[in-house]
Design a protein around this ligand. Structure first.
Ligand SMILES: *Cc1c(COP(=O)(O)O)cnc(C)c1O
Length: 436
């Protein structure tokens, strides 16, 4: 192994790659991690150093890197059919995936529409909702509502229902804004429902849909709220004839303890958006699931009443096959039950490290999402924590002062204990730098 290799790749990357979610100038001082390969929960650089992927590579990797089962399925698919267009054609991976996801909703959401990224899925759900009302001669229903601090992606349409200033403010003049309503994570369920009701009473005839991140507003800093909010929001949407869109891009696929987060509220939305973990972290794939009665409103002799959204790679067989292999893993390994056991173990260990830590507040968890807030007022905290974590073989990327873990589901008990221990060391080292 070439000792120069790490540095070489970093220099070439800085020279040619525009990295996402990054002020590139910060890389003059902050490290960029050159990844050579991955196996299980670990990523390796070119010199053999390893990093525990404690955030599942931006929340996508559920069953580890280079997973043997998913690899086998993809190699087989590669030799069978890499891609065929889904307009006018069909293929087994898309059909089987649509069928299996529908079955997971007890066939409540009977049709699946495919795209490749989360923001596109959100925009598709918004377009479908608007177009549904238009087909039902209610084209005045063209407004949307979202929650304060919501995150639904960063294309111009998705930014319209996103409320995170750092991603949105620069593009404000380009955006068609949704109504932003108080979030239960900030004001509690009663007040948030009252605020939504007040909006509905005022604007129901103009509102097509409300979009929410069920249970956890992840990008806002792992802000968690009670499932009863979703139950009551569902009832409110029914009362006022407004669609409910559940953006389960981050919280779906078992992340909060049930396959769909909405299951914990005992409801089904009118649209569910899935992406991130659905392909096991292998390939870009997103899916919008919707009810058959919504699908039926587009079914007509008139082409313009159809949903004409087109995307070149829609239903890509490799991505769908990765998703099918991921669903197989859920079926074969009793993942949700095992995750419950691991979650309480990690929560217990985190409690011993951080429960009484004087610079830590709001230690919280939901399913396999764990977070706490560091008591610090310093904009460089996240970057310094990231660098200190790397020195301790952890890949972690705090959101502001919120330190979170969203590990792959395959961590061993020993790895969970190591994760908590090294997170403690990283936090203490980062805080000690202030004093120095
Ligand atoms: C990541 C995310 C998105 C956007 O998905 P991309 O694939 O990054 O476009 C949308 N909504 C939520 C809740 C997300 O976490």
């Amino acid at each position: 192994m070439n000792i120069e290799a790490n540095q070489d790749w970093v220099a070439r990357s800085i020279a040619a790659v525009w990295h996402p979610c990054t002020q590139m100038k910060h890389h003059e001082r902050a490290p960029l991690v050159p990844i050579a390969r991955g196996k299980g929960a670990w990523l390796y650089d070119h010199e053999g150093s390893r990093y525990l992927d404690a955030i599942s590579s931006w929340w996508v990797n559920l069953f580890g890197h280079a997973n043997d089962d998913i690899n086998r399925a993809l190699k087989d698919q590669l030799d069978t059919l890499e891609h065929a267009m889904l307009a006018g054609c069909t293929h087994a991976p898309a059909v089987e995936l649509a069928e299996r996801l529908s079955a997971l909703t007890q066939r409540t959401l009977g049709h699946a529409f495919f795209a490749s990224d989360g923001a596109s899925a959100v925009e598709i759900a918004l377009k479908m909702s608007f177009h549904f009302w238009r087909n039902r001669d209610k084209s005045e229903k063209r407004e949307f509502a979202c929650l304060a601090n919501s995150y639904h992606g960063e294309t111009i349409g998705a930014l319209g229902v996103t409320d995170v200033a750092i991603f949105k403010d620069a593009y404000d003049p380009l955006i068609r804004h949704a109504h932003v309503v108080a979030s239960p994570a900030a004001v509690g369920v009663d007040e948030a429902i009252a605020a939504m009701r007040a909006l509905f009473e005022r604007r129901a005839s103009a509102l097509a849909a409300v979009i929410v991140e069920p249970l956890v507003q992840c990008a806002a800093g792992m802000a968690m709220y009670d499932a009863s909010y979703l139950t009551r929001l569902r009832a409110l949407c029914d009362e006022f004839d407004i669609h409910l869109i559940a953006d389960e891009i981050a919280v779906g696929c078992g992340r909060t303890g049930t396959f769909f987060a909405c299951e914990q509220a005992g409801i089904w939305p009118d649209f569910v958006c899935l992406s991130k973990g659905i392909s096991g972290g292998y390939l870009p794939l997103s899916i919008v699931l919707t009810r058959d009665d919504i699908y039926a409103a587009f079914y007509d002799d008139d082409i313009t009443r159809g949903f004409l959204h087109s995307h070149s790679y829609t239903g890509n067989p490799l991505a769908c096959r990765a998703a099918l292999a991921t669903l197989d893993l859920f079926d074969s390994a009793n993942v949700l039950a095992e995750n419950r056991r691991k979650s309480s173990l990690l929560h217990e260990v985190l409690q011993t490290h951080f429960g009484k830590h004087e610079r830590v507040t709001n230690l919280r968890h939901r399913g396999t999402i764990f977070a706490f807030d560091a008591v610090i007022d310093d904009k460089t905290f996240s970057r310094r924590f990231f660098a200190n974590a790397l020195k301790r073989e952890l890949l972690m990327r705090p959101i502001g002062a919120t330190v979170y873990m969203m590990p792959p589901y395959i961590l061993s008990d020993d790895e969970l204990v190591l994760l908590a221990q090294r997170t403690r060391e990283t936090l203490d080292a980062t805080l000690a730098e202030d004093a120095a």
